[in-house]
Design a protein around this ligand. Structure first.
Ligand SMILES: Cc1cn([C@H]2C[C@H](O)[C@@H](COP(=O)(O)OP(=O)(O)OP(=O)(O)O)O2)c(=O)[nH]c1=O
Length: 186
C-alpha cells in the first residue's frame, strides 16, 4: 500500500467502518459537485459519484491512496433516493419504503497513481409496514436527515427492518469485506 490512505468522506459512519480494516488513515471530505452527474442507471450513478469524490481529493494528494464512496437507495418503484432535503421529502421516502423491499447500492472507488478500482454492492432491505404515527415518530428522532433513503439501519430504523439480504455494512455506507479484498491489490 502507498504511504497514506485518505478517506474522501464527511460521513462519521464511513470513518468508523474503515477503522475495521485500515489501522491508520486521514479524512478529507470531497467537494465534488454531485448534482453535475447525470446518469439514469443507479449502479453507474453510484460508481460515477464515488469516482468523482475520490478523484477531487486524489488530485490534491497524488502520492496517496484515496477512497471515495456513495450510497443511494433505489425505491421499490425504482426511484433514486439520496439524502432528503426536508421533512416532507423524508416522509415521502419512508412511506414508499413501508412494507416493501428496496435496494441500497453503495459505490466505492479506490484511487492511487496509475491504479484505480471501482465497484458497487447491492443489498436488499425489507421494511415492516409503518403507520403514519410510527413514521412521524421516526422523523422526530432527527436520524433521517443525513442519510440516503431517510433512514439509518444502524440506528432506530434497525427496529423497522423486517429483513436484509446482502451486506449490512454496505447499507450503512461502506462494504468493508469487499473493500478489504480490493485494498489487498493496492
Ligand atoms: C441507507 C443508509 C444510509 N446511510 C448513510 C450513509 C451515507 O453517509 C449517507 C448517504 O449519503 P452519501 O452521499 O453517500 O454520503 P455522505 O454525504 O454522508 O458523505 P460523503 O459524500 O462525504 O462520503 O447515508 C446510513 O448511515 N444508514 C443507512 O441505513
Amino acid at each position: 500500500m502507498s504511504k497514506m490512505v485518505i478517506l474522501a468522506s464527511q460521513s462519521p459512519r464511513r470513518k468508523e467502518l474503515l477503522q475495521m480494516i485500515v489501522p491508520k488513515f486521514s479524512i478529507e471530505p470531497s467537494h465534488f459537485e454531485e448534482k453535475a452527474v447525470q446518469e439514469r442507471i443507479p449502479e453507474r450513478l453510484v460508481r460515477l459519484l464515488a469516482e468523482g469524490k475520490a478523484k477531487t481529493v486524489w488530485e490534491k494528494h497524488p502520492e496517496d491512496l484515496v477512497i471515495g464512496c456513495d450510497t443511494i437507495v433505489l425505491s421499490p418503484d425504482h426511484e433514486v433516493f439520496g439524502i432528503p432535503e426536508n421533512r416532507e421529502e423524508a416522509k415521502r421516502m419512508l412511506l414508499s419504503l413501508s412494507g416493501r423491499t428496496h435496494r441500497v447500492i453503495t459505490g466505492v472507488c479506490v484511487m492511487r497513481r496509475g491504479k484505480k478500482s471501482v465497484f458497487h454492492q447491492t443489498t436488499k432491505v425489507t421494511f415492516q409496514m409503518l403507520t403514519d404515527s410510527e413514521i412521524e415518530a421516526y422523523l422526530d428522532t432527527g436520524e433521517p436527515f443525513d442519510k440516503a433513503g431517510a433512514y439509518g439501519i444502524q440506528g432506530y430504523a434497525g427496529a423497522l427492518v423486517e429483513r436484509i439480504n446482502g451486506d449490512y455494512y454496505s447499507v450503512v455506507g461502506l462494504p468493508v469485506a469487499k473493500l478489504r479484498k480490493v485494498l489487498q491489490k493496492f
